[in-house]
Ligand binder design. Structure first.
Ligand code: FAD
Length: 288
């Protein structure tokens, strides 16, 4: 089923993002996480796409296995990194023939150690090209794309980034999932600007609860998200107490979700990092 058909006008769906684990034990832990979260009725789950061959195969295997074993709808992420058009076509064929209906079409980040993204020979330079390629070959697929409430770090301005988001939607994307953010005003401003620019598809905010201060500082440094000053000060005050950090991270995420639900977002996408505890606490606090 297409993810956009799961969105209901008067309800906020939950989606969960996982990444392909490195080993079999990690895969088993991931399925335990899925089992822990499943009673809270997530509408769908997504699996990220990594840089290497084996993790890429695992993305395909996991979306198929989660769908077959749990009945939940799934979405495979797909990036342009290191792939020719033929290779991307082959991944898309595999997804479509495995009955996967949803794909998150991304450019991807430069490989480790490189600072600028360079398109592969015979590949794509930007996600809008991948969206157009998917739409042309598999018109039935539901396509999500990434959006950046605080602007993509490489973009020179919010306006330029928004024009590029619009290109992805004009190329055939059905919905937008956002990068993580910590201040609801960034999300609202972003969606407002997009609506004014004529982007009409649904936007799904991405939420990542802080569970570890240094890890989160690393993530935010690379993706360009800012900690609001008050949250930052509160986290710093308890940073040597992991339990207090986690409680604060969950509390902040619950407040974010409450504001987003009140604003009528179609879904909330949780970056779970393959762990259930924080997401479970948030869902319980939201009465889900
Ligand atoms: P693009 O939309 O191509 O944008 C990249 C930059 O280029 C932006 O600055 C944009 O303004 C500019 N741009 C876009 N189109 C054009 C154009 N036509 N001409 C000129 N400039 C243009 N990464 C992974 O490796 N695997 C994953 O599974 C993954 N999942 C993600 C899930 C979500 C929800 C999000 C938000 C990000 C995810 N990422 C993932 C990270 C993502 O790959 C990076 O943020 C990457 O740097 C940009 O990808 P994009 O699809 O947004 O690129």
């Amino acid at each position: 089923m297409k993810i956009v058909d799961l969105f209901q006008p008067d309800a906020t769906a939950v989606s969960l993002e996982f990444f392909p684990p490195k080993d079999e034990a990690g895969v088993e832990r991931l399925f335990q996480t899925v089992a822990d979260l499943r009673p809270h009725s997530p509408a769908y789950v997504s699996v990220t796409y990594g840089a290497g061959g084996s993790t890429r195969r695992l993305t395909l295997e996991l979306v198929q296995r989660i769908k077959a074993e749990t009945g939940m709808e799934t979405m495979a992420h797909l990036t342009c990194v290191g792939s020719t058009q033929d290779e991307l076509a082959s991944v898309l064929e595999q997804l479509a023939s495995a009955g996967i209906d949803n794909v998150l079409a991304l450019r991807g980040d430069p490989p480790k150690g490189e600072t600028a993204f360079v398109a592969s020979a015979g590949g794509f330079a930007h996600a809008d090209e991948l969206v157009a390629f998917i739409r042309q070959r598999h018109p039935q697929l539901c396509i999500g794309v990434a959006g950046y409430p605080e602007k993509h770090p490489e973009a020179e301005s919010f306006g330029q980034d928004l024009s590029n988001l619009k290109r992805k939607v004009d190329a055939g994307a059905d919905f937008v999932v956002t990068q993580l953010f910590f201040d609801d005003r960034d999300y609202r401003g972003f969606v407002e600007r997009a609506r004014l620019a004529g982007v009409t598809v649904p936007f799904v905010p991405g939420i990542m609860p802080v569970t570890n201060v240094s890890q989160m500082r690393r993530f935010t440094a690379t993706c360009g998200a800012q900690f609001p000053a008050r949250l930052s000060a509160r986290l710093e005050a308890v940073q040597d107490n992991p339990e207090a950090v986690r409680a604060l991270g969950v509390e902040h995420a619950v407040e974010q979700c409450q504001l987003l639900i009140a604003a009528g977002v179609p879904a909330i996408h949780f970056y779970t990092l393959n762990r259930s505890t924080a997401t479970l606490e948030i869902l319980k606090a939201l009465g889900r």
